[in-house]
Design a protein. Structure first.
Length: 636
């Protein structure tokens, strides 16, 4: 019995909820129907409207808007111009949802002995005329109600006076200039495919650059790569150009019949052309300029600051890093001056080597320093044209620029065997810039002359700065510093394992030098015909190759005195290459020397702070016969 009662209650609840849902849906449908019944304009009318005309007592002119495409509206009166699509959409949206709060028929007005003039509808404050195909609808807007912030409007069928919200009237009772589209070129930068600039100051030569394979390049008057970032900045500026004020006086000398600049932008299936004329005030360089879009007769004022950039667009947008298109995967760099040749070559393991021919004419190879090679490549990739000397040089120009007999030639090879040659010629005495050209195009560039210092011919400049390394298992047991000028050969300082400074230990474990000298080892060191540098100190290092080894081995370095600043020469016994020690090692050794040497050392007289020595790689003049200096035995 209890179960039957529960079941009955459940059924009654379901029926009750169903009935309530039915009432709610009926009420919603009735409310929706009532809401649609209160629309001033027929539902669906606005979606098909293709022409809107607005007249108002607050306006001096009639404004007419026409749909010129699916998404585009134009103003046909009082001027012919692009309409602001968002303003038009807002107006149509308000018309579409315009509803009356109350209404009364004209028959009721007549019985009350009232007419349209009572509500300001005989001579309305504003009229909105809508057209779609062959059908037209007109909406008259009268005076405001005395209370309630409402307006009287006449229904499109002219049978009722309706009361609507007053906010709607603000769209057609104010300055209508906000219906004019201020943006001149509405093609977004990502859509632009080509740009053409014709400037009067440049002889009306057409400069055209276009996008190919997502890269920008100049098509005319030259065929050259363009700087991608500079082009995109220019397109952003063009996209932001606005019409500031439309001209009403037709007697102004606009200069548009002989324009200063003509700018054409091409996008996906559309094109915009902007014509720029005279300044409004010719005495003021910052004055706005008169302008006009090619397909509209309206003349307007615009900010003219972009004109200077457009007149010089070929120079501004050229790719100045002219080696950037080579990419980064270089396999060799060949540096030549006359008969001298140094080649940097990448090996299969990713390391680099230096190839050169020694004085005996034998081809040699040495390991290259990866950081130095990468720095050389980086400086070449960043080689920037300060100006473009010539885009179509003649043979006489090549001679004048010094490129026929270049003082330096660099040939770069890519991973697929493709090569690019760069030549460096004379220096222009007027601006101290170096002329250069490449094999990829006929342009002659003017670059900073410092690039010659970044691609020297001396093979030792590229040599691996790590002269030698001890095995990772090696252990240093003692270091000694000897004064070779002292009467006794006793060390002036000894340090055992736990006393050796960390700086010296790192230098011993991996002997990394600052740079190399292009002179052979001799004792004393002979820099040129006049200068001799004695090897003042001997630096000895005792080590065992592994913890279990019984035999102690010794490294011996010969060191000069500090020659100027922090410069000190060195050589490793068994090696023929003279090097310059890193400043940190020089400081550590000098501290050691100053602490242990006598106050008046018996050393050759030298200035207290001599100028840093300059070592030239040019061949020195043949010296006069003299006794041969004592040479170190490399094997000792």
């Amino acid at each position: 019995m209890r179960f039957k009662l529960t079941l009955l209650l459940v059924i009654l609840n379901v029926c009750l909820f169903g009935f309530l849902y039915y009432l709610d849906q009926t009420r919603s449908a009735s409310s929706s129907y009532s809401s649609e019944e209160r629309l001033v304009l027929t539902p669906g009318l606005i979606q098909s409207v293709d022409k809107v005309r607005v007249t108002s007592s607050a306006l001096d002119e009639t404004w007419t808007f026409s749909r010129s495409g699916t998404e585009r509206w134009e103003v046909s009166e009082p001027i012919h111009w692009k309409a602001n699509r968002f303003a038009i959409d807002n107006l149509l949206s308000q018309l579409s949802f315009l509803r009356w709060d109350t209404r009364f028929s004209l028959d009721e007005l007549r019985r009350a002995e009232q007419g349209l003039d009572t509500y300001g509808l005989e001579t309305p404050n504003a009229e909105i005329h809508l057209e779609n195909n062959s059908r037209s609808t007109q909406l008259r807007i009268g005076s405001a109600t005395e209370i309630g912030n409402r307006l009287y409007v006449l229904s499109p069928d002219e049978r009722h006076v309706m009361v609507v919200q007053r906010d709607f009237f603000s769209e057609v009772s104010q300055d209508m200039s906000h219906y004019l589209e201020p943006q001149l070129i509405d093609i977004p930068p990502f859509e632009v495919r080509a740009v053409q600039v014709q400037a009067r100051e440049q002889g009306n030569i057409r400069t055209r650059f276009l996008r190919e394979n997502n890269r920008w390049r100049f098509e005319s008057p030259i065929n050259a790569p363009a700087d991608q970032e500079s082009v995109m900045r220019m397109l952003d500026r063009i996209h932001q150009l606005n019409a500031d004020e439309f001209l009403s006086d037709s007697n102004v000398q606009t200069g548009l019949d002989r324009p200063i600049v003509r700018l054409t932008v091409e996008g996906m299936g559309r094109r915009e052309a902007l014509i720029i004329g005279n300044r409004q005030d010719d005495s003021d360089p910052e004055s706005p300029r008169y302008a006009q879009l090619e397909r509209y007769p309206a003349v307007f004022l615009m900010n003219g600051s972009i004109v200077a950039e457009l007149e010089d667009v070929q120079e501004r947008l050229r790719e100045r890093l002219f080696l950037r298109p080579l990419g980064e995967a270089w396999t060799s760099i060949e540096i030549r001056a006359g008969e001298r040749l140094t080649t940097l070559q990448r090996l299969e393991n990713g390391q680099w080597q230096v190839l050169f021919t020694n004085e005996a004419g034998v081809l040699q190879s040495i390991a290259a320093d990866l950081e130095i090679v990468q720095d050389t490549m980086r400086r070449l990739r960043q080689l920037e044209a300060v100006r473009f000397a010539s885009d179509a040089p003649s043979e006489l120009d090549y001679d004048r620029f010094g490129l026929s007999e270049a003082q330096r030639t660099v040939r770069i090879q890519g991973p697929r065997g493709q090569q690019t040659r760069i030549r460096f010629g004379n220096i222009d005495p007027e601006d101290n810039l170096l002329y250069a050209d490449t094999s990829s195009n006929g342009t002659v560039y003017a670059v900073e002359p410092y690039i010659l210092e970044d691609v020297p011919l001396e093979p030792l400049h590229y040599r691996d700065r790590v002269l030698r390394s001890l095995p990772s298992s090696a252990q240093v047991t003692e270091v000694r510093l000897l004064d070779r000028d002292a009467p006794e050969a006793e060390p002036i300082r000894r340090l055992e394992t736990d006393e050796i400074p960390e700086t010296l230990l790192e230098f011993i474990a991996q002997t990394r030098v600052e740079s190399y000298l292009p002179v052979p080892f001799q004792d004393p060191l002979r820099l040129d015909r006049q200068r001799r540098i004695p090897w003042r100190y001997q630096f000895e290092v005792d080590f065992i190759s592994s913890p279990g080894a019984e035999t102690t081995r010794t490294l011996e370095f010969l060191l000069s005195e500090r020659l100027g600043g922090a410069q000190k020469f060195g050589v490793l016994r068994g090696e023929q290459t003279v090097f310059i020690l890193p400043p940190g090692i020089v400081a550590a050794i000098e501290e050691w020397v100053e602490r242990e040497l006598p106050s008046e050392p018996t050393a050759p007289e030298t200035p207290e702070e001599p100028e840093p020595l300059e070592i030239s790689d040019e061949p020195e003049p043949e010296p006069e016969p003299e006794p041969e200096p004592q040479e170190m035995n490399p094997g000792s």
